[in-house]
Design a protein around this ligand. Structure first.
Ligand SMILES: C[S@@+](CC[C@H](N)C(=O)[O-])C[C@H]1O[C@@H](n2cnc3c(N)ncnc32)[C@H](O)[C@@H]1O
Length: 216
């Protein structure tokens, strides 16, 4: 397994500074990865262990996570969808040159035709609107298109904005799933504020032992 802690060392994630920005402005007004570094390291382990070669991120903020994962893994296919919200704050959205990009709501018909054109994807990360109805809708749409895994950010649902993801994840009983849940060390916490859930429609596909996972 590669040393992802080292490879991610220069990438800013959600740390105390980001938390301060969020507390003041209600958004992290910066080009950073909106992830718990420990969970991102484990996600990279998952991508390596399961040989993920194609990736779609739904909800990309400034694109920093897409850029970082593509830098690390050089996906054969990389795609991103976002509503362009970061631009309202004067931030740019920057994606890898090879990336297919749709700027539209993930629940739109434009998304569905774009997604159909992408074909098979190994991993789709759903990290857009975190309300219960929206996550469920993104799941129902994306499960219809060929993929290996659907992942959901913020399954811990520790804030009013993310508790819909926790509810959605708690209700998802079919197929197989793992949870990447690590203490949010950069916030000095012993628990997570985020959590990533990964789902496969087939039972038995996901084996928690293959990556550093805290909860099954
Ligand atoms: C939490 S941020 C994504 C963070 C990013 N995945 C990362 O890990 O750094 C959520 C993004 O999704 C976008 N978004 C929210 N609802 C959306 C929707 N329905 N369709 C497309 N993008 C949406 C927001 O504007 C924002 O840019």
């Amino acid at each position: 397994m590669r040393d992802y802690r080292r490879e991610l060392a220069n990438e800013p994630c959600w740390d105390a500074r980001a938390q301060r920005l969020f507390d003041i402005h209600g958004e992290v007004l910066d080009d950073i990865i909106l992830q718990n570094r420990e969970e991102l390291i484990a996600l990279c382990g998952f991508i390596e262990a399961y040989d993920i070669r194609s990736y779609l991120e739904i909800g990309t903020w400034t694109g920093r996570l897409v850029r970082t994962l593509h830098r690390l893994f050089r996906f054969e296919k990389v795609a991103a969808c976002d509503d362009g919200y970061a631009r309202r704050f004067g931030l740019s959205i920057t994606l890898p040159r090879e990336a297919a990009y749709l700027e539209a709501p993930s629940g739109s018909s434009a998304f569905e035709s774009w997604r159909a054109g992408l074909g098979h994807l190994d991993l789709v990360l759903i990290d857009a609107n975190h309300a219960y109805h929206a996550v469920k809708r993104d799941f129902e749409i994306n499960r219809r298109y060929p993929h290996r895994f659907l992942a959901f950010h913020d399954i811990a649902g520790t804030t009013p904005q993310t508790r819909g993801v926790r509810r959605f994840w708690a209700e998802l009983h079919e197929g197989s799933r793992i949870e990447i849940v690590h203490p949010h060390r950069e916030l000095g916490l012993e628990t997570t504020t985020m959590g990533i859930g990964i789902w496969s429609r087939s039972s038995g596909t996901l084996r928690p032992g293959r990556v550093a996972i805290v909860r099954k």
